[in-house]
Design a protein around this ligand. Structure first.
Ligand code: SF4
Length: 296
């Protein structure tokens, strides 16, 4: 990663803003362990902060180290995941804890290659763990950061669907040379994107870099015309899978899913297919095939 010798005025403004406006989140506290940061990053991958925070607190209370989670069952982890969505993340997090306990003395590694080899840890999450748990200078590019950079530097209403090499190189060139400042920039750009430079209704009047924002200077073009990436929810397989998981999380004993009155509105073919996909993903166990009983 090339050094950034001169701090861009927008980067400097975000650093100043973040120093006073950063939300007080438990995984940002100095005493939060690398494991706590890792858990927060996995939970935050597809779920907003407000829903993650209570689940993260309870999770860390029960399993303050990877070894604690590794000693629990996968079903315990999936149950504790609650309604965060995309429960495969709970399974992967539990597998990650088992791997850490077995091969890393129960500690989260700092090395990028070792992080990438862990279940459920991709390039973004590895960079975020290195930056936020270990203070490393890295390029942490989530959708919020990409949107802020795309607008403020490139006058784009929304970033492209997939990260390009040019976009990554440009983002890398903005990261401050100083490690502590680089961490604050990564977290601050993320925070600005989450709170101010939001996808559909950016609050430019309140934005600390408004006077230097390329998209605002260009008259904020193209946002209405940009395609929405939000997925429909009601009646989707994702929703049906979520309803099955909610029933199984609350159950003390194996359940006959196809006999549940609360699922009667679901077309039987879709219900069977969703149940089969949950079994195939390893999230649901067939407790008694003959009697059609399932459990976590
Ligand atoms: S001025 Fe508006 S578009 Fe530009 S970075 Fe700030 S919130 Fe985003």
């Amino acid at each position: 990663m090339p050094p950034a010798p001169v701090l861009d005025v927008r980067v400097a403004s975000v650093l100043d803003w973040f120093a006073t406006e950063a939300r007080d989140l438990p995984w940002r506290h100095d005493d939060c362990s690398p494991w706590g940061v890792l858990v927060s990053e996995v939970m935050l991958q597809q779920t907003p902060v407000v829903r993650v925070e209570p689940v993260w607190r309870e999770w860390m209370r029960r399993w303050p180290t990877p070894g604690d989670l590794a000693a629990a069952t996968q079903a315990d982890a999936v149950r504790a995941w609650g309604r965060l969505g995309y429960p495969r993340r709970a399974k992967r997090l539990w597998e990650c804890a088992v791997t850490l306990a077995a091969h890393h003395d129960g500690a989260v590694p700092r090395d990028e290659e070792e992080l990438l080899a862990l279940p459920g840890i991709g390039a973004y999450t590895a960079a975020a763990i290195r930056a936020f748990a270990f203070g490393e200078r890295d390029v942490v590019l989530d959708t919020n950061v990409r949107r802020v950079i795309g607008r403020a530097w490139r006058a784009q209403p929304l970033p492209p669907a997939h990260l390009t090499r040019g976009e990554r190189e440009h983002a890398a060139s903005l990261v401050p040379d100083d490690a502590a400042a680089s961490v604050a920039w990564n977290a601050g750009a993320m925070e600005l994107g989450a709170l101010v430079c939001t996808a559909r209704a950016p609050r430019c009047a309140e934005c600390v870099i408004a006077s230097d924002c390329a998209w605002l200077a260009a008259g904020s073009p193209g946002l209405d015309a940009a395609p929405r990436r939000t997925q429909p929810w009601h009646g989707t397989d994702r929703q049906v899978r979520g309803r099955i998981m909610a029933l199984l999380r609350a159950a003390d004993a194996p359940l006959n899913i196809s006999g549940q009155a609360s699922l009667e509105d679901i077309e039987p073919g879709q219900l069977d297919a969703c149940l089969a996909s949950l079994v195939s993903d390893g999230l649901v166990t067939v407790a008694d095939e003959g009697r059609g009983l399932y459990s976590l």
